[in-house]
Design a protein. Structure first.
Length: 284
């Protein structure tokens, strides 16, 4: 079984395209391309990745698909498309690619995430995606998990994946987050990425080790069969050199059986994204 990083990004940085990268995120204001990631994957024994959109435009999706086709370790792409478009099917046809397995929208950045999740046109678009067996990744914060449950309940035709554990409010503790996330975890078509936690705002004095109870809670409510490891590289670099998602997840899963670890690190991603567990030989 391959070890898969289910959540990584590439970009050629321009301020107008990546407006979510703030002035406090200086380390991200540069190009991140396959050659930048290769040594990190090798160091952490990761053979394949899912490349995820970071810009809400189809031109980025086409660029990501082009890179994926030339990069041996990229096994799938989660792109972006205008879900509310009356020409959605034509856009999907134009984007069609063997490695395109899903879509995502940065709902957390919408003026009203709740309104976006309830929008009839968006929901019609999601139904269309699911009919064509595309994964949809839900990107919201803890503020809109209740609306995400309603959204996910409406869309059970194919896999949904919650990014970054739903971005919990770390000041409220893991037990509170567990209650918040339980209704979403009760939906069997929803999986959850073990990603992004290191870069969520922390109360003063909270260390990376203090984040482990969130992993324990995720294991309790989702089970090892619906958790998927993701690094959120290069965004994870915001946490600093001494903290990284690979080591944190290793600590969190150390007590699990080898089969459970294999599921979280590769098997679940292979199922959700229909990945081919083939040996990786290098970059083109």
């Amino acid at each position: 079984m391959m070890r898969i990083d289910s959540h990584q990004h590439f970009w050629r940085y321009t301020p107008q395209d990546y407006r979510w990268i703030s002035d406090e995120m200086t380390v991200l204001k540069q190009n991140f391309l396959p050659e930048t990631l290769t040594s990190t994957l090798q160091r952490h024994n990761i053979q394949g990745t899912v490349l995820v959109q970071a810009c809400s435009c189809t031109s980025e999706t086409r660029w990501l698909l082009d890179i994926a086709g030339k990069t041996d370790f990229v096994c799938a792409v989660t792109g972006w498309v205008d879900l509310s478009s009356s020409a959605l099917q034509q856009e999907l046809d134009a984007l069609s690619h063997p490695l395109l397995r899903g879509f995502r929208h940065q709902v957390q950045d919408e003026p009203s995430p709740a309104q976006w999740l309830a929008d009839p046109a968006i929901n019609a678009g999601i139904r269309q995606l699911q009919q064509q067996e595309y994964v949809y990744e839900i990107l919201v914060t803890h503020r809109h998990l209740a609306e995400a449950v309603q959204f996910a309940t409406r869309h059970d035709g194919h896999f949904l994946v919650l990014d970054h554990l739903g971005k919990p409010d770390l000041s409220l503790g893991a037990a509170y987050w567990k209650k918040q996330i339980a209704p979403l975890a009760a939906l069997q078509h929803v999986s959850c990425k073990l990603s992004g936690l290191l870069t969520e705002p922390r109360p003063a004095g909270m260390s990376a080790r203090d984040l482990l109870p969130y992993f324990d809670a995720a294991l309790e409510v989702f089970g090892p069969g619906r958790l998927i490891f993701g690094s959120d590289w290069p965004v994870c670099l915001l946490a600093g050199g001494d903290e990284n998602p690979w080591d944190l997840c290793e600590q969190a899963t150390a007590s699990l059986s080898s089969d459970e670890q294999a599921a979280i690190y590769g098997g679940n991603a292979c199922t959700v994204y229909r990945l081919q567990p083939l040996p990786i030989t290098g970059n083109d």
